[in-house]
Each structure stands twice: as structure tokens, then as C-alpha cells.
Design a protein around this ligand. Structure first.
Ligand SMILES: NC(=O)c1ccc[n+]([C@@H]2O[C@H](COP(=O)([O-])OP(=O)(O)OC[C@H]3O[C@@H](n4cnc5c(N)ncnc54)[C@H](O)[C@@H]3O)[C@@H](O)[C@H]2O)c1
Length: 324
């Protein structure tokens, strides 16, 4: 298959591109190397994929319709895996317009270009944040998601709804994946595990917002990539939404303990006020993904954090791009 991966140079995108290339697919990676974090990290993420002849990188923006048209007319694309986005809950509160423009308008441009080119399979990276501050656990795909509490969450829900519209109007085959806090090697530097590891390296205390009892369902990036590979094997999707998570939520303090074990050093913790936009808990019900395509997260938190720290040590000591 020929697969267009938007956001290819990012954390999840770069792992996915490597796996798809290994599976024998031709991959076109589209990324604008957005400065949300150092683009040098993204080039580093892509180093392996760029060595493959079946990988083609297009540097550009998903909002650029003429560029999208060019990509789709140069070669038939079988599937689009749309990961490009402004990610992160807290920064979306500071830059709501930019988040909505990339995540909603960008998704719209992509859907329009797909409909025009009659490219009709879309896998869209949504987020557990669409569940908002829901008390009922675990979160299932049929739960009410009409109460997002950050611009980022609202933008992801808008993406799911737009994708449904294009499924209805043009028969696009759509799978929306609600990803639950993804971690592992190459994790974004703004996310908890990576940020904490950097602070520990510089002997700085770890800021914990709230009382440390907020719970997150962490998903290992390799499990997410495996889930996407299994989903690609289904002959048709129609329009479906799937949770992809680890299915075992842990508190922020548990996470700090796991990191202490992996780094083999005690971490100093500073408790700070809870941040606006942060949800109390996330907890994925992954039964639907298991029933439809056999999704089964395999890597537990201790193993995943260990894999992260091994990668972290291999990079951080030698590189200024990750420095605080
Ligand atoms: N990492 C997580 O925990 C998590 C959880 C839920 C959902 N997601 C979603 O998964 C996707 C990938 O997340 P990630 O953690 O790998 O993030 P990331 O920031 O590492 O990757 C996103 C990539 O998109 C690119 N991009 C941003 N704006 C673009 C634009 N206008 N045009 C082209 N490229 C653009 C960035 O340069 C970046 O390389 C995102 O859609 C994110 O919202 C991630």
C-alpha cells in the first residue's frame, strides 16, 4: 500500500513510519517541522525512515491545499494516517486560535483533498481528552463527549465530527483513534515522563500539579503502532471510533515511582496548584478495539518507562537539543 502519514516527524509518526516501511508499504511523510518543540529532534526521529528508498518526505503544511493536491496527484494514496496536529492541553489554552486552525482547518483541508482525489481511507488520531472530566470509568466510545474542557480537546472532537461528515458525504472509510497518553522512546519533551526525566538529569525538583492522585492511562508507543498495523488489515472501517490505551490507569505519584526505579535515583517532588484544562483521570475501555482488530496492549509501565529511559540516556547526554 501507499500510505500518507501526516505528522510523520513527530513522536508517534516517526515510529509508525518505520513500522509501515518494515511491513513493505510505501510511505509518504508530510510534516512542517512545527517549532512547538525543537525541529532538530524531529529530524533525529526520522533518521531511520529517511534511509529507506520507499520513504518520501514532503516538508509542508496540512493547511496547504495546493500541496495536498500535488501529493495526491503525484501518486495514488491508499490510506491517510492523520497525526499532524498542535498537541498538548495546556498550551492550547494559551493559543486556542492556532490550535483550532491546525487541528480543525488542517483536518478539513485534508478531508477536502481526499474527497477530491477519491482517496477514501482515513485514520485520524483523536485523543482521550475528548472525554473531558467524566466520572464514569472506564471511558467507552459510546460515552457522551460533548463536554471538552480545553481547546485541544474540542479541536480533536471537531476532527472526529468533520471526518464523519466526509464519511457521510463522500463515503470515506474512517477510523478515529482516541489515544490515551502515549509514551516511550522519542516521547515529546513537553509530556510528563520526558519532562520529569530532564528535570531529574539536571537535579531539579519535579512539579506535580494537584495532589499527585490524578490518574492517567499510559499507552506504550509500540502498542499503539501495533494497534494501527492491525487496524490496517481490516478490509473496511465504515466510520468507527476506537479507544487505544493501556487499560491500566496509574496515579501521577505511581508514575514518579516507576521513573525513580528506571532512573535508579530518588526524585524530589514539588506539589503545585492544579492546572486548568487538566482532567482528573483517564481510563480506556479497549474492548472494542480488541473485538474489531485484536488490539492488546502488551508493555507494562515498568517496562515502558525502562525503554524510555534507555533511549533518553542514549540521547540526552550527547545533545543540546533536549536541554532545558
Ligand atoms: N502523544 C500523546 O500522548 C497523544 C495522545 C493523544 C493524541 N495524540 C495525537 O497523536 C498525534 C501525534 O502526537 P505526537 O505526540 O506524536 O505529537 P508530535 O508533536 O510529536 O507530532 C505531531 C507532528 O505534527 C507536525 N505538525 C504540526 N502542525 C503541522 C502542520 N500544520 N502541518 C504539517 N505537520 C504539522 C509536527 O511538526 C509534529 O512533527 C497528534 O495528533 C496528537 O494530538 C497524541
Amino acid at each position: 500500500m501507499t500510505i500518507l502519514v501526516t505528522g510523520a516527524a513527530g513522536f508517534i509518526g516517526s515510529h509508525l513510519c518505520e513500522a509501515l516501511l518494515n511491513d513493505g508499504h510505501r510511505v509518504i511523510g508530510l510534516d512542517n517541522f512545527d517549532p512547538f518543540y525543537d525541529p532538530a529532534i524531529k529530524w533525529d526521529n526520522l533518521a531511520r525512515a529517511l534511509q529507506q528508498q520507499t520513504f518520501k518526505l514532503v516538508e509542508g503544511d496540512i493547511r496547504d491545499r495546493s500541496l495536498l493536491r500535488q501529493i495526491f496527484t503525484q501518486q495514488p494514496v491508499d490510506v491517510v494516517i492523520h497525526l499532524a496536529a498542535k498537541a498538548g492541553v495546556r498550551p492550547s489554552i494559551l493559543q486556542p486560535g492556532e490550535y483550532l486552525d491546525v487541528n480543525v482547518n488542517g483536518t478539513l483541508q485534508l478531508l477536502e483533498a481526499m474527497a477530491e482525489a477519491r482517496t477514501n481511507r482515513l485514520l485520524f488520531a483523536s485523543s482521550s481528552s475528548v472525554y473531558g472530566n467524566q466520572a464514569k470509568t472506564p471511558f467507552s466510545e459510546s460515552d457522551d463527549v460533548s463536554h471538552p474542557i480545553s481547546p485541544y480537546a474540542a479541536s480533536k472532537r471537531a476532527g472526529e465530527l468533520l471526518a464523519h461528515t466526509y464519511h457521510h458525504l463522500y463515503g470515506l472509510d474512517v477510523a478515529c483513534l482516541r489515544l490515551f497518553t502515549v509514551y516511550g522512546p522519542r516521547q515529546r519533551p513537553d509530556l510528563a515522563i520526558h519532562k520529569f526525566a530532564q528535570l531529574a538529569l539536571h537535579n531539579k525538583p519535579i512539579p506535580l500539579y494537584g495532589d499527585g492522585k490524578t490518574r492517567r492511562d499510559y499507552s506504550y508507543v509500540g502498542d499503539i503502532v501495533q494497534g494501527i498495523r492491525q487496524l490496517l488489515e481490516l478490509p473496511a472501517w465504515g466510520y468507527e471510533i476506537f479507544n487505544l490505551g493501556g487499560g491500566k490507569p496509574v496515579t501521577l505519584l505511581d508514575l514518579v515511582r516507576a521513573l525513580e526505579n528506571a532512573l535508579e535515583q530518588p526524585l524530589e517532588v514539588h506539589f503545585l496548584q492544579k492546572q486548568a484544562g487538566d482532567v482528573e483521570q483517564t481510563f480506556a475501555d479497549v474492548r472494542k478495539a480488541f473485538q474489531h482488530f485484536g488490539y492488546q496492549p502488551k508493555v507494562n509501565l515498568a517496562e515502558g518507562v525502562k525503554a524510555f529511559t534507555e533511549w533518553f540516556y542514549s540521547k540526552e547526554y550527547n545533545s543540546s537539543m533536549y536541554s532545558l
